[in-house]
Design a protein around this ligand. Structure first.
Ligand SMILES: CC[C@H](C(=O)O)C(=O)SCCNC(=O)CCNC(=O)[C@H](O)C(C)(C)COP(=O)(O)OP(=O)(O)OC[C@H]1O[C@@H](n2cnc3c(N)ncnc32)[C@H](O)[C@@H]1OP(=O)(O)O
Length: 317
């Protein structure tokens, strides 16, 4: 059975609970009483929502690059590598599906303690592949991508593993959002992080806006989202978006990130995982905000500002 079919079946198994709704919104919410859950149910009832399984099927026709996973069973540390170097590791549709499958695999990995998310070559990730963006410039297309990526990155964020994004080179648009799906961000001197969505006539939709507020506080987050400013490594550190610096910009950057992670994963596996579970439980109210972020994103996706921006050849330096 292919990974794709497995993923589709997994999502389908959840979706009948509330037809036509993204399952993750409800997965962690059985214990959450009204009004938060009520709010979500009403919101979803008002709007058409594609399921993650439908989204997977449609996005899979946009190919290119890959996302790869390495598991080190002796250290309990996994490495996820975004690999599409000709496009600064932009995320194609198939890469989005790869990442969803990888997160699923990590959810089953009971011996894991930590995970590093990085990009191949000299970039972290330049966001969604613009070829994919052009292909899905319609309301359903935006909701497909948003549903799958919110689902995947929410699950990455809540894995019982200590996670770190190693940012070497650009992290733009969806790439910046992906850095926020880790517990920590380590930067090299070549790192730049930009929530450039406003310059593309859209907004965050992969959950990065919600997580950015949690990480930097509302004023700094609003500033970044409304200006589209591209931060240097120094600026990212100064506002608390980045948590540490890695000196190397070659392959030893990964070793340095591993060493940094080692200080946070030296405990027994069960103890490290317990720490992460507590931190995740303390931030459960994120789900209501994610639903709002999805609707806000879908409201502007493929609208006049988005169409205008996509007609130019955007470059965010
Ligand atoms: C929620 C998702 C979100 C949204 O839709 O709202 C997004 O993520 S949209 C994508 C946001 N990202 C961008 O708009 C990136 C635009 N590109 C750039 O700013 C620059 O290319 C940069 C800074 C990444 C690199 O600049 P540099 O001068 O170093 O290199 P090149 O521009 O020559 O890039 C090489 C090659 O890569 C292609 N490229 C870069 N990023 C993307 C991308 N996201 N999708 C597709 N292709 C990308 C670039 O066009 C060049 O290709 P070439 O054929 O050589 O022109």
């Amino acid at each position: 059975m292919s990974d794709l079919v497995r993923l589709q079946q997994r999502f389908s198994a959840w979706s009948p609970r509330i037809p036509q709704s993204p399952w993750y919104l409800f997965k962690g919410m059985e214990s959450v009483k009204s009004p938060c859950r009520q709010f979500l149910l009403q919101g979803l009832a008002r709007r058409h929502c594609s399921t993650a399984s439908e989204a997977v099927g449609r996005l899979s026709s946009y190919t290119g690059g890959s996302v790869n996973l390495e598991l080190d069973s002796s250290s309990g540390i996994a490495t996820i590598t975004l690999d599409n170097p000709e496009k600064h590791n932009a995320m194609s549709g198939t890469m989005m599906v790869d990442l969803a499958n990888i997160v699923h695999e990590l959810e089953q990995w009971k011996d894991g303690k930590g995970v590093v998310l990085r990009g191949n070559n000299d970039a972290f990730c330049s966001g969604a592949d613009l070829q994919l963006v052009k292909g899905i410039m319609n309301k359903d297309g935006g909701r497909d991508m948003c549903t799958l990526m919110q689902d995947t990155l929410s699950r990455l964020y809540t894995l019982p593993l200590v996670s770190v994004a190693l940012v070497d080179g650009v992290a733009l648009g969806g790439g910046a959002e992906m850095t926020t799906s880790c517990d920590y961000r380590l930067v090299t001197k070549d790192a730049t992080i930009g929530f450039v969505q406003v310059k593309m006539g859209v907004m965050t939709g992969w959950g990065g806006g919600t997580r950015l507020v949690q990480l930097t506080g509302r004023t700094a987050a609003l500033d970044l989202l409304t200006t589209g400013k591209v931060l240097s490594w120094r600026e990212a550190l100064s506002i608390g978006l980045a948590n540490g610096m890695v000196q190397a910009t070659d392959s030893s950057a990964l070793d340095q990130a591993m060493e940094w992670l080692d200080h946070r994963t030296f405990g027994e596996t069960a103890v490290v995982r317990a720490a992460k579970k507590i931190v995740v439980a303390a931030s459960r109210d994120i789900y209501a905000s994610l639903a709002v972020e999805k609707d806000a994103f879908c409201d502007v996706w493929s609208g006049p500002a988005h169409v205008n921006a996509m007609q130019k050849k955007p470059k965010h330096k």
